[in-house]
Design a binder for this molecule. Structure first.
Ligand SMILES: [Zn+2]
Length: 238
């Protein structure tokens, strides 16, 4: 039996993906059937852009370990986008000439990560802050030396130099750490084989392009298993 006879996209892939009560679903709240149908078509395009083995990213084993894979402890989340399906929007606040948007598809990719690899990302952050704190504190300490203290300008200069050295040393030390750890852990999302295939297929990260991808870490995945969504065939609708 269909979930909701009045809805044109009931029991389709997009219905399964949203997986909400009909009263909470944005498609169900759309006024015209055409928009709902278009949403389904767009979603089918997004699905077609995903590799068959995408669910492996959410498996029991860490995707960041390079050699011996450890057990998953958490999920690393990153927003990725694709220019398809073609989406247009008015150039100025949604009005005026329609221009093509950079992002047609947007997904919160959720990737299994073990304790050790999570720790490596954490360590990279810590190194930068610790270096800043250390050299900043040393500079403030120097300011207590009477010869420095008595000069009206010198203490400001010393603190400034301390912060700059702390920042530069933080960069140097984290680069060294990255080099050493890079043999065991992948730090860029597109170094993970499944994601490398996605990159080739036109997917990109929304926020940054840096060597170390900026992830959020969560106990739960933010993305449904795509194979469950794909299983949905027209037979289910009859
Ligand atoms: Zn790992």
């Amino acid at each position: 039996m269909p979930k909701n006879e009045k809805c044109v996209v009931t029991d389709t892939t997009v219905c399964k993906f949203i997986d909400k009560d009909c009263k909470d679903c944005f498609i169900n709240n759309m006024k015209d059937e055409q928009s709902a149908q278009k949403t389904l078509e767009d979603f089918e395009v997004t699905l077609s852009l995903l590799p068959d083995d995408i669910d492996e990213l959410q498996g029991d084993e860490c995707c960041f370990c390079i050699s011996k894979k450890q057990k998953r402890a958490k999920y690393a989340i990153v927003d990725i986008g694709h220019s398809e399906p073609e989406t247009t929007r008015g150039a100025i606040f949604g009005f005026g000439k329609k221009v093509r948007q950079r992002i047609g598809s947007l997904l919160p990719l959720s990737i299994s990560i073990c304790k050790k690899c999570r720790g490596a990302f954490w360590m990279l952050d810590i190194i930068k802050w610790a270096s800043l704190l250390f050299f900043g504190s040393v500079a403030i300490g120097i300011c207590f030396i009477p010869a420095v203290n008595e000069n009206p300008v010198l203490p400001y200069g010393v603190v400034m130099i301390g912060i700059v050295i702390g920042y530069i040393m933080g960069k140097v030390l984290s680069t060294l750490y990255l080099k050493a750890k890079g043999r065991q852990t992948r730090f860029n999302v597109f170094d993970i084989p499944v994601c490398a295939k996605m990159k080739e297929n036109g997917w990109f990260t929304i926020q940054d392009n840096s060597e170390v991808t900026h992830f959020l870490f969560s106990r739960k995945p933010m993305l449904r298993r795509i194979s469950d969504v794909r299983e949905c065939t027209s037979a289910d609708r009859d």
